[in-house]
Design a protein around this ligand. Structure first.
Ligand SMILES: *Cc1c(COP(=O)(O)O)cnc(C)c1O
Length: 475
């Protein structure tokens, strides 16, 4: 080591202590500054300008770099951050990332991640119980909802009778039914699985943007009569654009009747299992054969951290194995829960369970209920404010913390209103004070907020509408 001065320096633990203390202090100041009334939520820059800045950037030390990074990043802790569905991490949970990064226990085999394989099992058991599953269930944590949806759909395919896709590939023409408002990761998973264009059947949505129950029967009949095998039906709970919950109870019963795999995509809204007040939105969740929930959305942890749950542990255990092999040789995959690599796509896997576990054990399980209740209540409040405002209209009454709305102006036709709302959103983006996004529903452009920050309050919501009104007047 003495012949390698850089390595010697890089592994010096006194340096780590010094840098670490300074960094925590700096990030603490950042958190405080995000709460000042004048601090911007965003630091918008054109992508090419941004690239140019970093290409000519002179790196001095980590602290000056973090300052510059902060000045070129979006600040989720700012209460005027109301954009995408990414959690505003509770600072303690961000510290768990530090532990994860330093310990770096890969989780595939027990020896490499002894404590975390056990802790992950405890976290999974909690989620299974909250989802209404019994002790036949199991699950796994994985890096993000996208990979989680793929994992669940792979399980659905592997659970089909008369075929073993792991061994033989797609021996049937399979299709998956999803609502037209489902997250695009479902479409990707289906295409990655080789099912192609005919593999995804979009079921129309109702006025509330949830899967239309009547259309489901129709879509099912049409799919079957075109010679396809319906491999699974996916319920979104909730959907991304509008936060609408599909009727899981209806879809679940439909699936049971037809003997089809039922997958519940609860990446965002699955966290409502922790809320007494809102868990009714998930009625029927316990019928699902598989469920996914991101903790880096509504559960205050940094990305990525997702649970995939299986009602029947045999299904959760046979995804990455030939069926015969599973039955005769690897009978103990579930019993080998401690070698979690047998049941997940990932090999070197982050110790992601710690992000959730440390919050859970430090603050109690009620913290997740508080977060869901607080954010969903903010969604309601904002909807009420919009309803009472003469210049704004809601796309739909929100069920969650996702609110779609638009500015209205007399005398403008639909096309002009679309252009106006698009311009409003772009102006807000470049203005930096707030961060919100937009979505298109039935060819109408809406402004969209996801109220992810429990530090956002009524006054910020009024300020946003005032700002938009002023912007329009200036134009
Ligand atoms: C966010 C989201 C996903 C994707 O999850 P990632 O963790 O971003 O990969 C899938 N489905 C729904 C409904 C989502 O909201």
């Amino acid at each position: 080591m003495n012949n390698y001065p850089l390595l010697k320096k890089a592994y010096n633990s006194d340096d780590f202590e010094e840098q670490g203390k300074a960094l925590i202090e700096q990030l603490t100041q950042h958190l405080k500054s995000t709460q000042l009334p004048q601090s911007p939520a965003n630091n918008w820059q054109d992508p090419l300008e941004q690239l140019h800045y970093w290409k000519k950037y002179q790196f001095n030390n980590i602290n000056s770099f973090v300052d510059d990074l902060l000045n070129h990043s979006i600040h989720l802790h700012n209460p005027k951050y109301m954009g995408h569905q990414v959690s505003v991490p509770a600072p303690l949970s961000a510290l768990s990332n530090l532990i994860i990064g330093l310990l770096n226990n890969g989780m595939a085999v027990y020896e490499m991640g002894p404590a975390v394989n056990a802790i992950e099992k405890i976290v999974i058991e909690l989620f299974c119980q909250k989802a209404g599953y019994d002790n036949q269930a199991n699950g796994i944590m994985t890096s993000g909802g996208t990979l989680a949806n793929l994992t669940a759909l792979l399980a659905a395919r592997q659970a089909m009778k008369d075929s073993d896709a792991w061994k033989d590939g797609n021996s049937k023409k399979n299709a998956v039914l999803v609502s037209a408002q489902a997250h695009y990761s479902i479409d990707r998973a289906i295409r990655v699985m080789g099912l192609g264009d005919t593999g995804i059947v979009l079921v129309p949505v109702n006025d509330c943007f949830a899967m239309d129950n009547h259309s489901l029967q129709h879509a099912y009949d049409a799919t079957v009569s075109s010679g396809l095998n319906v491999m699974a039906i996916v319920g979104s709970c909730c959907s991304t654009s509008t936060g609408a919950y599909d009727d899981l109870d209806f879809i679940g019963n439909f699936c049971q009747e037809k003997n089809i795999w039922f997958h519940a995509d609860g990446a965002h809204g699955g966290a409502a299992i922790f809320s007494e007040k809102h868990k009714h939105l998930l009625k029927g969740l316990d019928i699902a054969d598989s469920i996914i929930i991101d903790t880096h959305k509504m559960m205050m942890t940094p990305a990525l951290s997702t649970v995939v749950l299986f009602k029947d542990k045999n299904h959760g255990s046979q995804i990455f194995h030939q069926k015969a092999q599973y039955l005769f040789e690897d009978k103990g995959i579930d019993e080998q829960w401690f070698n979690s690599g047998l049941r997940t796509f990932e090999c070197t896997k982050l110790m992601m369970c710690l992000k959730f576990y440390i919050l859970w054990k430090s603050y109690g399980i009620e913290i997740f209920e508080e977060n869901v209740d607080c954010l969903f209540a903010l969604g309601k409040t904002f909807a009420n404010i919009i309803t009472q405002h003469p210049s704004f209209e809601l796309a739909l009454e929100p069920q969650t913390n996702i609110v779609c709305f638009r500015f209205l102006q007399k005398g403008l036709n639909k096309k002009q209103l679309n252009l106006l709302n698009k311009t409003i959103r772009q102006t807000l983006l470049e203005d930096n004070e707030f961060y919100i996004v937009q979505t298109t529903l039935n060819e109408t452009i809406y402004l969209r907020v996801t109220l992810m920050n429990p530090l956002t309050n009524d006054s910020h919501l009024y300020q946003l509408l005032n700002k938009i009104t002023k912007l329009v007047q200036l134009h």
